[in-house]
Each structure stands twice: as structure tokens, then as C-alpha cells.
Design a protein around this ligand. Structure first.
Ligand code: FAD
Length: 498
């Protein structure tokens, strides 16, 4: 549960503003290095861009096109670290790229691309690329347009639960002694001799303002960087260029493979990805200059995705009536001119005149490297703990019990036991402990998912969920599953009221 009173004791070595993946990973790594750390998030953890991503831990096949080879190589290495460090949250996934006659990139180029991709991965490769003949491809992707189809290629990348990966970095930071809180907004910075020496914070739940002292302040606020920086540094050029990307989740899973499709209207690609039994489809990439708190998908974004879908699935495999949820996020790209899709996804760590460090750009995939680069700017007296050798998150570790044993010992259905073990990694034990104390908590939450009531109590007690939407969207990921009865929402409200 949130503890606000913890922040008023003494001076922190490091205070991090922003509880997205970058802030969470910096806090986690700093705490592992023995620093006295605080992290403040104005909304819920991961409520910004970090729960609105395509949910891929990937090198990014399309960055080969812009010859961003160092970024691809670095991302592929980080991908293998994430697969090792968060095996319950990051899983290998095979991708298929269909190629049609007249496509911008012919088949030979795609074959070369996936070959190069695996070469760049080197020892970090997770599966071999291959050519897929036309007929096999049509069997793997039901409903795909066959007219003009020449065949395709497949290769491997990884898929993650973005909101939970943030959360597990936050919980790991806390387990290593960091003080963290959601729903605390940083309103301004405290100064000593012209340099930042802490923040003025506002607890939006308790409606109370308080000061926190810190020797160093890091802003990992992604799309909010320009507005926070302007408050502090005056009228300086913007650091971040925000571009909007939307996704829709449609009912039904097309295949166990993800599909990448080059768009016809611009030089981009979009994905159709299996996600929690349904299909995650996205994304767009358009400049956005309004308030980041108000970003939302508009009709034009949705029409764009469905126009592209209809081109490759002419038989109506995906229909707007089957949309379960739509979400929009902002890429906090390093500020540059040019087409949004062509701007590099590299990160930059910048120290301003005030001494505040700003984290700009980057990909979710490179979160460990971003945290490391950031901390290298701060910890100069000793080497950092080598997180390339291991940067495990909260639920990482070996599970020795079988789902059958867990089910038998706790009176659970085997599928529920399996689901809990995959969802929480080694921390499924903490959820089971709640059941042992109160057997009523093993009841299902609703018919729309395998979730049980104990998970709601766990989300409140351990995972710092404050509002119903924290649980529905970011703790239990219920928004990605269609629910007719709405019983899960009502049950969460009942349990929260208790
Ligand atoms: P955020 O997650 O936005 O976190 C910043 C946080 O700061 C927010 O939670 C916000 O509430 C908080 N904050 C702001 N102001 C304050 C304040 N004053 N006080 C306290 N807190 C504050 N990358 C990949 O590697 N793989 C992908 O598949 C992928 N897909 C993407 C798809 C889309 C559509 C988009 C938009 C991005 C995608 N990315 C992907 C990029 C990746 O998601 C981002 O780089 C990453 O999530 C940025 O994290 P962050 O922590 O910097 O920002």
C-alpha cells in the first residue's frame, strides 16, 4: 500500500520523477547499487506511454531500413537480457511478413533483412529466420489476401506485458529499499545555490503538498518532458518530439504468430499480434503537440488501421464491432525534424543547467541500458553492479513446483494454478498465501478471465493499486478481454470498498 509519510525523512541520494519503464528501471538499478532512492509518479505506475506500447521487446526489423544498425544490435542484446531476467513477462514470439507483388520491399530484400537481423543478434538470437512458401503462409494466417501473394519470411522477437514489467521493476526497487509512490505529482523543484535540491510534491489522493530533499533529481517523464522542463529551465528548445500511436484490440486470435504488414499509405508497417487470446493491432505514428494528459485515439486513427487491415484481410476477418479496447500513447522521441517514423529510437541523457537530468527518447526494449547510462552520470566513485549479468524483476526465479501440485494443495483448478504461475512468476506464492488465510478469495472474479478474487486483494495490499482502473487496466489486464456481464468491475469495487 502507498506510504507517503516515508518521504519526509532525510535527504535522498536520488529522486526520480516518473513511474514509466525508464523511471522504474532507474529506481530499481539505483536501489540495487545501494543508493537511497525515491520515485514519484503523478498517476498510476505505467499509466503513461509504458502501458500503451505494442508490447514488443524487439530489435525492430524496420530500423534496418534506416541503417540504425547499432540500435538494432543493442536492442537484440537487451532483448535476450529481458527474456532471462523476466521470463514470466517476456516471451519469444514468431513474426511473419507476407510479401505481395509490387510491394515496396521485394521478397529477396525481406529474406536478406531477416538474415541480417539474425546476424546482428549473433549469440543473442532466439530462433532462426526462414522463408515461408505462399501456401503454407495462407494456412498459417487464415483470411489473408491470396491475390498477388508471393510468400513471406519469418523471424523471432519477443512479446511482453508492458504494464506489469514496469510494476515489477517498481516492486523490485522497493524490495531493495527505494521509497516509491503513485498518485504523487511533482509540481516544482527546490533549489539550493541555483541547483535542484529536491521537489515540491503533491499527493493527489491525500490532497497534501510536501517537500522532499534529494542530492540528484532525474526526470523520466517521457512525453511530459517539455512541459516540466519549461517550468524549470525557462524558455529552452524542446527536448522531446511527441508522436501518437494507437492500438485496437479485436476479439479473436488470428494465429499463434504475429504478422507485420507494410502499409500502403505511408512508408510504415503495422502489426497484428496475438494478445491474451485476442488480436492487438497497431500502430499509427503522427505528430501530437497538445496536452499529453489528453491523448486519445480519434476516428481518423481507427479508420487508418481498418483501411490497412481490409487491404490484407478483404474477407472481413477484423470488424470494428469486434473491438474490445482502444488505447493511445505518445512516443517521447529525441526532438528532430523529419518524418516521425524515420526518427531514431535512440536515447539521450541530458543534464540541464539546474543539475536536473532528463531522460529522452529510447525504446521500451532498451530500458536496462537507459537506466545504466543514466546512473553512470551519477555514480562516479565506484563501478555499478553489472546488471548485464542479471537484472531480475520481482517475480523472477526458478519455479520448482508443478501446476498440478499447486492446484491440488490449494484446491484450485489446474488452469488457474498455471495462470497464476505464469502471471506472477515466483510471486504466485504470495497470492496463494492470501487464499490460505481466506479460502473465499479463490473464487473466480468473473467469467471473462481466469483471475481470482485474491489477485484484487494482492493488487491493493502489495502492488499499490489505488483505483479500480489500476486493477482493471494495469494489474490484471482485464481490459484486453471482452466481458459481457461487467461482474469483474463490480467485484473489484466491492473488494476495494472492503
Ligand atoms: P512514460 O511511460 O510515459 O512514463 C512517464 C511517466 O511520468 C508517466 O507515467 C507520467 O504520469 C509521469 N509524470 C509526468 N509528469 C509527472 C510529474 N510532474 N510528477 C510525477 N510524475 C510525472 N518500445 C518498444 O521497445 N517496443 C514496443 O513495442 C514499443 N511500442 C510502442 C508503441 C507506441 C504506440 C508508443 C507510443 C511507444 C512504443 N514504444 C515501444 C516506446 C516505449 O513505449 C517508450 O519509449 C517508453 O514506454 C517510454 O517510457 P517512459 O518511462 O520514458 O515514459
Amino acid at each position: 500500500m502507498r506510504n507517503i509519510s516515508q518521504f519526509t525523512h532525510g535527504t535522498y541520494d536520488l529522486l526520480i520523477v516518473g513511474g514509466g519503464i525508464n523511471g522504474a528501471a532507474i529506481a530499481h538499478m539505483a536501489a540495487r547499487n545501494g543508493l537511497k532512492v525515491a520515485l514519484l509518479e503523478k498517476n498510476d505506475f505505467a499509466s503513461g506511454t509504458s502501458s500503451k506500447s505494442t508490447k514488443l521487446i524487439h530489435g525492430g526489423l524496420r530500423y534496418l531500413e534506416t541503417f540504425d544498425l547499432d540500435l538494432v544490435r543493442e536492442s537484440l542484446r537487451e532483448r535476450s537480457f529481458s527474456l532471462r531476467d523476466a521470463p514470466h513477462l517476456v516471451k519469444p514470439l514468431s513474426f511473419i511478413v507476407p510479401v505481395y507483388r509490387g510491394d515496396r520491399k521485394p521478397l529477396w530484400m525481406m529474406r536478406l533483412g531477416v538474415w541480417l537481423y539474425d546476424r546482428l543478434a549473433g549469440k543473442y538470437t532466439i530462433g532462426k529466420h526462414r522463408f515461408i512458401p505462399r501456401d503454407e503462409l495462407l494456412g498459417l494466417m487464415p483470411g489473408l489476401r491470396n491475390e498477388g501473394l508471393l510468400g513471406g519470411v519469418s523471424y523471432y522477437d519477443a512479446q511482453m506485458d508492458d504494464a506489469r514489467l514496469v510494476l515489477e521493476n517498481i516492486l523490485s526497487a522497493q524490495a531493495h529499499g527505494a521509497h516509491v509512490a503513485n498518485y504523487v505529482e511533482v509540481r516544482s523543484f527546490l533549489k539550493k545555490d541555483g541547483k535542484a535540491a529536491g521537489v515540491l510534491a503533491f499527493d493527489t489522493i491525500g490532497e497534501r503538498e510536501f517537500e522532499i530533499s534529494a542530492r540528484k533529481v532525474i526526470c523520466a517523464v517521457g512525453p511530459w518532458t517539455n512541459s516540466l522542463m519549461h517550468k524549470e529551465e525557462g524558455n529552452v528548445p524542446p527536448l522531446v518530439r511527441t508522436t501518437k500511436g494507437i492500438h485496437v484490440v479485436c476479439q479473436g486470435k488470428l494465429s499463434d504468430h504475429a504478422l507485420i504488414i507494410p502499409t500502403s499509405q505511408d512508408k510504415r508497417v503495422f502489426f497484428v499480434i496475438p494478445w491474451m487470446g485476442n488480436s492487438l493491432i497497431g500502430t499509427t505514428d503522427t505528430d501530437y503537440t497538445a496536452d499529453p494528459d489528453r491523448v486519445a485515439a480519434d476516428q481518423e486513427d481507427i479508420d487508418y488501421l481498418f483501411r490497412e487491415l481490409r487491404r490484407v484481410f478483404p474477407g472481413g476477418t477484423f470488424k470494428k464491432e469486434k473491438i474490445i479496447t482502444i488505447f493511445a500513447g505518445l512516443r517521447p522521441l529525441v526532438h528532430k525534424q523529419g518524418e516521425p517514423a524515420k526518427i531514431s529510437r535512440n536515447h539521450v541523457i541530458k543534464q540541464a543547467y539546474s543539475g536536473i537530468i532528463y531522460v529522452i527518447g529510447g525504446k521500451y526494449t532498451t530500458y536496462r541500458k537507459i537506466a545504466e547510462d543514466c546512473l553512470k552520470r551519477i555514480v562516479r566513485s565506484k563501478p555499478l553492479v553489472d546488471t548485464r549479468a542479471g537484472f531480475p524483476v520481482y517475480g523472477s526465479g526458478e519455479i520448482t513446483e508443478s501446476a498440478q501440485d499447486v492446484a491440488r494443495q490449494n484446491g484450485l483448478n489446474v488452469d488457474v494454478a498455471k495462470y497464476l504461475m505464469e502471471f506472477y512468476g515466483t510471486r504466485y506464492i504470495d497470492v496463494l498465501r492470501l487464499i490460505q488465510n481466506n479460502p473465499a478469495l479463490k473464487e473466480p472474479l468473473c467469467t471473462c478471465s481466469p483471475a481470482i478474487k485474491a489477485q484484487v486483494v494482492y493488487a491493493i495490499q502489495t502492488e499499490m493499486a489505488v483505483k479500480g482502473e489500476d486493477i482493471i487496466k494495469r494489474r490484471l489486464s482485464l481490459i484486453y478481454r471482452p466481458c459481457r456481464s461487467g461482474e469483474c468491475v463490480r467485484e473489484i469495487q466491492r473488494l476495494m470498498a472492503q
